[in-house]
Design a protein around this ligand. Structure first.
Ligand code: ZN
Length: 326
């Protein structure tokens, strides 16, 4: 089978945003620029480069504008930024970021603690952001990440019906793509499969807009959850190189799904990620040096890539999620 005939899967790098959030070492802008360039050279075509939040709250992400500008010099790279509010969205539009990711927490308690808004107030701000984007004639794509979709450290269970109601509301408010995020690492594979399937069914003709799985390895299930989502047709996954991105509510816990392990699994299973694993591992080594003393995750870097070749042919999924960004 030639590479082009293989089914595609996208691994979006979120290490520069979600990953660095919980890292104490402030990574200099020059190193972040190098990270973006090297990840791009390794074949990563989607990178979340930062977030437009008040600098005093998150000094680690203060250079987001510079990173967006750099990412825009790399042809074909989709650079996204997290925007928690209207002000952040205005910045993303102004700087012509390719995509902005608006977090909507399915847990009312998490939403109040995180953005001091109810989930429905966040939905209202999506509509506002969409109107502003359209009025500006901007092409910045609007994606919503449904955080705490699988459970919440504050309120515990999160209702699946509420998750689906909010997904619908986000799309109705003008989001162009939605994803489900296991923000605190509570999800298990059966739950992932069930919630994605339920959501695909509920969204009907809009089901192709539910495309992303965002899993944390807090309890060691990120790859298992990735596989469960893959099985029901999800083809876009967020991941952090070296698995950085611990959880403030679970000290010592590992972070996001590790990019290198996710790429390894997908490629071994016969999916084309477009990413060169050797180059990715070289970059991981570099990042491990920059983040000396910080807790890193991932497994493939320890033992290396197996000598045997993959033979798998991916199974047909019950749903096919291939909606391009534009
Ligand atoms: Zn996350």
């Amino acid at each position: 089978m030639s590479a082009s005939s293989l089914p595609h899967a996208i691994v979006r790098e979120v290490g520069l945003r979600d990953g660095l959030l919980s890292i104490k070492t402030i990574v200099p802008t020059a190193q972040k620029l190098e990270w973006i360039s090297a990840a791009y050279a390794a074949g990563q075509k989607e990178i979340e480069v930062g977030s437009f939040v008040p600098v005093r709250l998150l000094p680690q992400l203060a250079d987001t504008a510079e990173l967006v500008a750099h990412a825009k010099t790399l042809p074909g790279l989709v650079a996204s930024v997290l925007v928690p509010n209207f002000k952040g969205a205005e910045r993303a539009i102004e700087l012509d970021a390719d995509a902005m990711l608006i977090p909507v927490s399915a847990s009312a308690a998490h939403s109040a603690a995180n953005v001091r808004k109810t989930p429905d107030e966040m939905i209202a701000s999506i509509a506002q952001i969409r109107a502003a984007r359209d009025a500006a004639g901007s092409k910045t794509f609007i994606e919503v990440g449904m955080s705490t979709a699988f459970g919440c450290t504050i309120q515990g269970d999160v209702s699946e019906d509420e998750v689906i109601r909010l997904l619908r509301a986000a799309l109705d408010a003008g989001a162009e793509r939605v994803g489900l995020a296991d923000t605190v690492g509570y999800a298990d594979p059966a739950q992932v499969r069930r919630l994605f399937e339920k959501a695909f069914r509920a969204l009907g003709t809009q089901s192709d807009k539910l495309t992303c799985g965002h899993f944390h390895d807090t309890r060691g299930l990120a790859l298992a959850n990735t596989l469960a989502a893959l099985d029901v047709g999800v083809r876009r996954f967020d991941a952090s190189l070296a698995g950085i991105g611990g959880c403030p509510h679970a000290p010592g816990a590992s972070g996001n799904a590790a990019t290198e392990d996710t790429v390894f699994m997908l490629e071994r299973m016969g999916y084309d990620t477009g990413i060169d694993l050797d180059q990715l591992l070289a970059l991981r080594k570099q990042i491990a040096e920059w983040l000396k003393g910080e807790q890193l995750g991932g497994a493939i870097w320890r033992a290396g890539v197996p000598k045997s070749s993959a033979r798998a042919t991916p199974p047909m999924a019950s749903f096919s999620q291939q909606a391009p960004i534009r």
